[in-house]
Design a protein around this ligand. Sequence first.
Ligand code: COA
Ligand code: AMP
Length: 633
Amino acid sequence: MSDYATAHRQSIEDPDAFWLEAAKGVDWTTPPTTAVDGSRPPFYTWFPDGELNTSYNCIDRHVEAGRGDQAAYIYDSPVTGTKESVTYSQLLEQVEAFAGALRAEGVGRGDRVVIYMPMIPRAAVAMLACARLGAVHSVVFGGFAAPELAIRIDDARPKVVVTATGGIEPSRKIPYFPMVSKALQLTEHKPSAVLVAARADQFPDEAFPETPGTTWTDWDEAVATAEPAGPVPVNANDPLYILYTSGTTGMPKGVVRDNGGHAVALTWSMWNVYGVKPGDVWWSASDVGWVVGHSYIIYAPLLVGATSIIYEGKPVGTPDAGAFWRVASEHKAVALFTAPTAVRAVRKEDPNGEEIGKYDLSAMHTLFCAGERLDPETYQWATDKLGKPVVDNWWQTETGWPIASNLRGLDPMPIKAGSPTVPVPGYELHVLDGEGNQLPAGEEGNLAVRLPMAPGTLLGLWEDDERFVSSYMSVFDGYYSTGDGGYIDDDGYVYVMGRTDDVINVAGHRLSTGSMEAVIAKHPAVAEAAVIGVRDELKGQRPVGYVVLKAGEVRDPDELRAELVTMVRDEIGAVATFRDCTVVQGLPKTRSGKILRKTMRQIADGQENVPVPSTIEDPQVLEDLTPFLRQQG
Ligand code: COA
Ligand code: AMP
């Protein structure tokens, strides 16, 4: 039996033995004696009697072991022209200091802190400082607008918000103060403090706004008057963070991650999945606002004593399509982890891969991709041009680390284009039909993981057990429903073909069509709307809206489109990339009133012979809509 098969089998048949062995990779103040606690299904927890501190594991222990002078982070920011290293010793000092500042604001174990920051090292410091206190961070991606920030603040009810003066997109600077102060006007919950990482060189003229009930303090000032804070041991199941992700409705899901299972799983993954060792330089070109950023920019590389690159730039335009290869080469990264959409953006500008040839990439062993399906064409291009393994891995905010991958450290396997290879140890993956019956190899159905899932996967949804159970755990009895469809072939290779719900994936960003529909429906002329994700060559999918006007309303289509685009941008954020919208006479529905979004999407994507559900209320509506759908696709 292969190393992979042995490991996978043991992880499923004897999870205690497998994961207690893996738990030795973590320093515990109280080592755990059991791994999985299944006494309250479908709520599974890991290492229930273990205690640890995640920031101690990420920083202090490496300094104690002699890595103090090694870079923990390399900050490479083409948008500001900055390159700097932060050693483990410096990081320790900064995290202790900022944890002290948070503590002085009353933040302690279990308290929440919302972090709204761009890709700067202080975002990492803020997250690790929360972990140090046993506080719970909730990072909000900078591309979200004030109302989305407000929703998250009201749900998490943080004591403190940590932000920066602004973020920098290649096309413009984005001041954050107006966004945070507007969010605080919208919220019912008022955090007592906002702590601000100043970027005076980029935003020289920003003054703190007035927000009743909330004081604004500069990071350096807050740190200067506070005592440094040591690591607070917490139970393995204390929450480390809440990360909100798009569901099918406008209300995002607050995915809760634990400390113990997370530290064990990520530590195990660094070598076994990604082939990264202590001391290696590793680069995940995601954003701290997404799960890939949490796991593989911030936590996992530090858990194993590697060096992590924090990149404030884009794959193209900062300044060119050689940016990825320049950064990887300059810092001798052993691997780069990015989204397929970023590779497609690079290929579009540099189809012959000429930029690649300009840089020495001899240190790099692998290009990892995740966030959306790595389509065979993109896979082939990257493989040909780089001459290195290009490895797809499939995961979700909920799981926190891959469900399926090619395990580059444990047991590298042949790569098949279009497949993220095999289920990672800890995940017993099945393909189920609508009734929950297992489907044979090759047949497409719902991808579901038999419970318990691996350690490090979600503990639940923040203060919403009911939604946790109804969204994931009660769809198929005894399984976690991933919301993705796909199949497993005769060799056990997994193929993930896309979401089975109304979540869409635009340029590696997970978005809810439901939340866009909710915004559009607020327009006074709109009676109803449907937003679907249409296939897009560069971004994978792009949202397209179809709106029906109220009786008697007559609007200029271009003006209406501009108004709706602005509304979505103001309410959700630029990241929604909502640009296309068409006025139609009607939307196809079932007799019970459900809009047939999947059918619409299939037609827009150019599929032939799309099956029309027998429950359709009026087939003529769909027929009338078809030319519009085909036009957008
Ligand atoms: N803060 C503020 N605005 C942001 C932002 C941020 N952090 N990130 C993106 N935006 C804005 C962009 O500026 C853009 O605004 P615009 O409409 O005014 O131009 C809008 O959101 C859409 O951004 P995006 O979808 O990223 O499009 P793009 O054309 O700027 O870039 C790619 C396209 C492919 C280069 C880029 O999307 C990318 O690198 N994607 C990879 C994503 C990723 O790594 N995901 C993590 C999963 S592993
Ligand atoms: P997020 O929670 O933002 O990471 O998005 C998770 C969703 O992105 C998954 O449910 C999938 O639909 C999609 N996804 C992520 N990685 C992959 C992959 N490697 N292959 C196919 N789909 C993916």
